[in-house]
Design a protein around this ligand. Structure first.
Ligand code: BGC
Length: 416
């Protein structure tokens, strides 16, 4: 007998309905504690040595660099005496090591090249580095490993700030002071800065883009970068397991591979092909799906936006309305799974701090990342699970915040 979508997802362990919010949230909290107590586990819980108390110097322009999962951006940032921010000469290019492996020299040359127009006389550099790195007390950070498929192995174990400022100094002779911070931390600081007039009980910096991660303020006021993309205790489906084996870092970043922009498209594609194998869609549709090259999350998101658009690559595969519906349901349910997983880790983080109990001073979740804003229905689904669980069951209050270029602003705050 032909399976329906729910039975099909159950068979392959991919159904979000089988994720128990309470159980998974408590498991996540336990793993956070393990990481904080340095007892191992999959959450690195990196102490950033940054607290929220220090003041920001105004009327001084700094250089910022943002090495993200897909893009590399540089700009000049300053604050006037009323803390209004200016971002100038923003330049964007692609991140080195995304498509082909690069050496340390090639990597640094690409960064220096992108900085050409902003490095003039600016002796402070806020460096947003979106990869797992151990923060050192001199505000630098040592790369633990690359994620999101970046290929630049010779940078691993190096202090990413020091090698960059040495490179820049070799070009223009200027010694720069650098502060390296994770993108979640930059986003948290940026959000805190932009919403400085508001009262919040605590802050999370949440990134849902090419990769996924969150940082938060602990009781001490210190910010911890959880590196939550590496969380390994969620129930994986058969398709997650098969897919993980094909990546360049099997066994690592398991949560990230279930949800983030870099991976979710491939998980959706593999699930659609399985549905083809199982006869949930027509043979013709299955054959055409197999021909799609480089299926990405954007294809799936555009399909959810308009599954009747004849220009859409997935729509071109459909033979009838049943195909249309089955494919819609599968994509929608995998997006829902991503939203529920993100809600689990954010709920765990807030409940762990025991804050956000006063409705007038909610916990701020500062959100950034292309996937967060662009993936159809993600934000609504994410918010739904947070309300249903945190507010209804735990009387714990939160507010989702966002803003333009928060990570650039936060990087400038860190070095000022
Ligand atoms: C990295 C994190 C980063 C996140 C979001 C992950 O792959 O390990 O450091 O914060 O992506 O960019």
């Amino acid at each position: 007998m032909k399976l329906n979508v729910v039975n099909f997802l159950n068979k392959y362990g991919m159904n979000y309905q089988n994720l128990d919010m309470n159980l998974e949230t408590n498991k996540f909290i336990e793993e956070m504690e393990k990481g904080l107590n340095r007892e191992g586990g999959s959450l690195k819980m990196i102490d950033t040595y940054i607290d929220l108390k220090s003041d920001v110097t105004t009327e001084k322009e700094v250089m910022v660099m943002d090495a993200g999962g897909t893009n590399l951006r540089v700009a000049k940032v300053s604050f006037d005496k009323d803390y209004n921010v200016s971002i100038n000469d923003l330049y964007k290019t692609s991140m080195p090591g995304v498509k082909v492996e690069v050496s340390e020299d090639e990597f640094l040359n690409a960064l220096a090249d992108a900085s050409k127009n902003v490095m003039t006389n600016l002796d402070k550099l806020g460096y947003c580095f979106s990869y797992p790195a151990i923060t050192t007390e001199d505000r630098d950070a040592k790369l633990i490993e690359w994620t999101k498929g970046i290929m630049a192995p010779s940078i691993v174990d190096k202090k990413v700030g020091a090698i960059l400022v040495d490179k820049l100094e070799s070009i223009d002779g200027l010694k720069r002071e650098v502060a390296v911070l994770n993108d979640t931390v930059a986003t948290l600081l940026g959000g805190k800065g932009v919403y400085a007039a508001r009262e919040f009980d605590g802050f999370i910096g949440f990134i849902f883009g090419t990769g996924v991660n969150a940082c938060y303020t602990e009781d001490s006021g210190r910010i911890y970068n959880m590196e939550s993309g590496n969380y390994a205790n969620l129930p994986l489906g058969t398709i997650d397991i098969e897919y993980d084996k094909t990546t360049n870092n099997p066994g690592a970043q398991l949560l990230e591979k279930m949800v983030s922009g870099r991976y979710l498209g491939e998980v959706i594609y593999l699930t659609l092909l399985k549905a083809g194998e199982e006869g949930l869609i027509t043979e013709t549709c299955y054959d055409k799906l197999k021909q799609i090259k480089d299926f990405e999350l954007i294809h799936a998101s555009l399909y959810l936006n308009d599954c009747f658009n004849a220009e859409n690559d997935i729509v071109k595969c459909l033979s009838n309305d049943d195909d249309r519906k089955v494919i819609y349901e599968i994509i929608d349910k995998l997006v829902e799974r991503a939203a529920k997983i993100c809600a689990i880790k954010i709920s765990a983080t807030i409940l762990k701090t025991n804050k956000g109990k006063d409705i007038t001073k909610p916990f701020a979740i500062v959100c950034e990342g292309s996937t967060f804003f662009k993936l159809k229905d993600f934000k609504e689904k994410f918010d739904y699970y947070l309300k249903d669980y945190l507010v209804k069951e735990h009387s714990t209050y939160y507010e989702l915040l966002s803003g333009e270029d928060l990570n650039l602003i936060g990087s400038a705050i860190a070095v000022l």
